[in-house]
Ligand binder design. Sequence first.
Ligand SMILES: *[C@@H]1O[C@H](CO)[C@@H](O)[C@H](O)[C@H]1NC(C)=O
Ligand SMILES: [Cu+2]
Length: 233
Amino acid sequence: MKFSAPLSLALAALTSQAAAHYTLPSLIINGQVTPQWANVRRTNNYNSQAPVTDVRSADFRCYTSETRATASTITVSAGSQIGVVANGNMYHAGVINVYMARATNGNAATFNGDGNVWFKVHQIPAVTNGGSSISWPGSNIDRFTFTLPRSLPTGEYLIRTEQIALHSASGFAGAQFYIACGQLNVINGGSGNLGPLVSIPGVYTGNEPGILINIYWPIPANYTQPGPPVWRG
Ligand SMILES: *[C@@H]1O[C@H](CO)[C@@H](O)[C@H](O)[C@H]1NC(C)=O
Ligand SMILES: [Cu+2]
C-alpha cells in the first residue's frame, strides 16, 4: 500500500480547502500586535480570504487593486524584532517570504512599490530530509517573528509578506499566495547596502521548483525557496 500515505495527505489537503483561508492583517511591533488593517494595507480578500495565484498580476504585489487601501505607517527601530500575524491558523502546507522596499519617495503611505526595489528580509523554507520526509515550519502557525538588520537604513518602507501554500501546486498557477503589505518608518538605522533587489511582480515566473511542485509524492528530496537570498545587513 505504498500509495496510501500520499493519497490520504492529498485528500486531507482537498478537505481543508473547504474551510476558510486566511489574511495577514497585523504586524508585531515593540511586542504589540497591531490592530487588523491599521498598519497593513487592507487587501482585496479581507472578506473572501481568497489567495492570489497569478504571480505576474498587479495584485501579486500588495493585493489592493479593489480596496486601493493605504495604512498608517508605524515606527520601528532597525535591529528590533518584528512579526507578522495572520487572522487565523495558516494551515496550508507552505513556506513564507518577507520582502521590504524602501519608499523612493520617502513616504510609505503613497509609495506604490514600482521598480527593482524589493529585497528579502526573512524566509521560512521547507525542511527536507533527502526524500524521506518534508515539513513546513511556515505552516500551522498564526504568527512569526524575526529581527530587522541593524544596518537597515533609516527611512520609510513597505513590508510585504507572502505565505505560499503548496497543497495544490503540482500544476502551473496552483500555488496559493497569501499576501499583504505593511508600512514601516525605520529609525536608528545603519548604512547597509540593500539587495539583491527584485521587482514584484517580476520576481517569479511560476515555474520555480519551489512554486510548481508536488509536495506529496514522491516526497521532495530538497526544496528550493523561491526568490533571492535574504539580505542579512
Ligand atoms: C532539488 O535539487 C535539484 C538539483 O539542484 C533541482 O534541480 C530541483 O529543482 C530541486 N527541487 C526542488 C523541489 O527545489
Ligand atoms: Cu486556502
